[in-house]
Write a protein that binds this ligand. Structure first.
Ligand code: AGP
Length: 619
């Protein structure tokens, strides 16, 4: 939700800021702006719309200057327009601020500031920050920011500049991410690593309540208690090419096609001499042996990975497990305590609800484990232990490779717990490990079938569009799965609706008769996950029931399935044979591709779907 950047050095700030913002556009894209300081004057330009609108404006009327701040917005307070776009200035126009997060007490602060004579021009919560800094400024920007943040309630990552402090950018964070990039004779501030990777790989992950003051030649960080701290500088291991499209039409497609490699990397890293290794776990084996239950807490796609994890853990590690969406967990009275392991799953590691759920679990003395993709993210740092998914940067808003990486970690964790608690025979575990190792190449072969845009699933998507128009836009999707593939039915539906805006629901197939079957006429397209499993025959009956009522069926089946041919399904997708336990990793591929190609057919903005943002750092 919103991306911020800051630059101070020798380069043209406009270029650095625009490049940084382009790498952060996944965080929000309804308006963008920059403020650049030159010869003791701040010049701010902000535009409603995607970054390209701002870039065009700046190409015609460039701003010179070598320090500045920038912002790409996902609106919370105030509609997307030029005025509500960041940076926000104070009354005098001498201070500029960019902000990611939500200031919960902004109305109260605004009232107070208005009484003191401050004039507001936007509907945003952020504008209160620039006026507060103005109010608190006594010749020292850092001190003014410190005084200001002390009275803010809510979440923020901010960057501020002042005309009279022309050699400094001041940043601060609380519950929204902010990193510092260290260069030679230049320094950077950003919401996320890709924004600065063109210039440096040396990064400082700021802690909550840190305040950073950057000059060209140095960085000073003070913590919440006002003490100067020696920051830990980390080296980013991945390359900027991983955050580029590399010839693919969309990041989503690129990320779908990266999945076999991601899986291979995870296996290479985590399985050594047949044993599962989690170097960074930090939780004691003795603690993991004693836990009595597991709660998995997450949002969206990560929640679906967690649901699949429950099937795995209960089957092999035999630990009672439940799964909650973070927004529910944090506001009820969950039964977690010292004997509970709470696993928070989050690609970004910054999702506000998941972070709050983690804190709630810690407050209740549960042991906590984060499964995160982004290194140094808040959830990764605050949980007692962490397992990184190492999927590389995921840029498309619709999550794909992070999901399969989360599934992979759940497989490994299940086997690890099963071995620790002796719930499965060694020979069975060895067989699971060796089957798992075959998955990357099976996935690779499957993906190879879909390399060209003229593939079977793309053709089905075309056919859907034709049918949709024929039925006067009344068609929609249902996804049915059972057992360990039921969460994939939910995930398939989520992928489709978030990028194609077509209604889609996922159900456990056995629930059809309890209500959803009433929906079936000739309008819905029903994606049935009918790969070989212990409930295969039941799924065939579901397919019959749908066909009998006029529904259009796309069946995902195991290669060589001849029985399905007797059921006159409309469309077939064949998948390589794997044991049911591992099938979610294979089944999800056509679901992702179907969502992609339907959105492509309808001509939507696949990587930046409307109303969404990649990391949801607000409630
Ligand atoms: C997935 O396609 C979504 N964009 C969304 O549901 C996402 O998975 C969710 O917001 C959770 O994000 P996180 O994994 O970063 O916590």
């Amino acid at each position: 939700m919103c991306g911020i950047v800051g630059y101070i050095g020798e380069r043209t700030a406009q270029e650095v800021l625009l490049k940084g913002l382009s790498r952060l556009e996944y965080r929000g894209y309804d308006s963008a702006g920059v403020a650049i300081l030159k010869d003791g004057r701040i010049n701010a330009v902000k535009r409603q719309g995607k970054l390209s609108v701002l870039a065009r404006e700046l190409a015609s009327n460039p701003l010179s200057g070598t320090m500045g701040i920038g912002h790409t917005r996902w609106a919370t307070h105030g509609v997307p327009n030029d005025t509500n776009a960041h940076p926000h200035l104070d009354c005098s126009g001498k201070i500029a601020v960019v902000h990611n997060g939500i200031i919960e007490n902004y109305l109260e602060l605004k009232k107070y500031l208005k009484k003191k004579g401050h004039r507001f021009i936007s509907d945003t919560d952020t504008e209160t920050i620039s006026h507060l800094i103005e109010d608190n400024y006594k010749g020292d920007l850092e001190a003014a920011v410190r005084k200001t943040t002390a009275i803010l309630k809510g979440s923020y990552a901010i960057a501020a500049i002042h005309e009279k402090d022309s050699g400094r950018i001041v940043g601060a964070r609380c519950d929204s991410p902010l990193i510092v990039g260290i260069g030679k004779g230049e320094n950077f501030l950003a919401s996320d690593v890709p924004a600065i990777l063109d210039y440096t790989k040396e990064v400082i992950y700021l802690e909550n309540h840190d305040i950073v003051t950057m000059t060209r030649s140095g960085v000073k960080i003070t913590n919440g208690a006002g003490r100067v701290v020696k920051p830990k500088v980390s080296k980013v291991k991945w390359d900027i090419s991983q955050a580029e499209k590399c010839g693919y039409r969309h990041f989503m497609l690129k990320e779908i096609f990266e999945q076999a490699d991601v899986l291979q990397r995870i296996l290479d890293e985590r399985i050594r001499r047949g044993r599962i290794v989690f170097d960074e776990l930090k939780l004691k084996e003795s603690d993991l042996r004693c836990i009595k239950r597991i709660a998995i807490v997450a949002c969206g796609t990560a929640y679906h990975a967690g649901l699949t994890g429950k099937y795995m853990i209960e089957e092999y590690a035999r630990i009672p497990c439940w799964v909650d969406t973070s927004s529910e967990f944090r506001y009820r009275d969950p039964l977690v305590g010292e004997d509970t392991l709470v696993i928070i799953v989050s690609q970004s590691g910054e999702t506000a609800d998941s972070l709050a759920a983690l804190r709630e679990a810690k407050r209740r003395k549960a042991k906590t484990l984060g499964i995160c993709n982004v290194l140094g993210s808040s959830i990764a740092r605050e949980a007692n232990g962490v397992i990184y998914t190492h999927a590389g940067p995921e840029i498309a808003v619709a999550s794909t490779k992070a999901y399969t990486a989360q599934l992979a970690v759940f497989y490994l964790l299940t086997m690890y717990l099963a071995s620790l608690r002796n719930t499965v025979k060694r020979s069975r575990l060895d067989s699971l490990v060796s089957q798992f190792k075959k998955l990357p190449s099976l996935m690779e072969d499957l993906l190879a079938e879909y390399k060209s845009d003229y593939n079977k699933i793309a053709a089905y998507a075309q056919e859907f569009k034709r049918y949709y128009h024929e039925k006067h836009n009344k068609s929609y999707f249902l996804y049915l799965g059972r057992n360990i593939n039921y969460p994939n039915a939910l995930e398939g539906a989520l992928k489709l609706k978030e990028i194609s805006y077509i209604s889609a629901e996922g159900y456990p197939a056995g629930e059809m008769k309890h209500g959803p079957i009433a929906l079936i006429d000739e309008n819905p397209w029903v994606v049935c996950i009918a790969t070989r499993s212990k409930t295969y025959d039941k799924m065939l009956s579901n397919i019959q029931e749908i066909k009998a009522r006029g529904g259009i069926v796309i069946a995902l089946v195991t290669e060589g399935d001849e029985e399905i041919l007797h059921h006159s399904v409309n469309y077939l997708v064949e998948l390589p044979a794997v044991e049911e336990f591992f099938s979610p990793l294979i089944v999800v591929i056509p679901l992702q591709l179907l969502a992609y190609y339907v959105a492509l057919e309808f001509g939507y903005d696949i990587d930046q779907p409307r109303n969404l943002a990649k990391s949801v750092t607000v409630e």
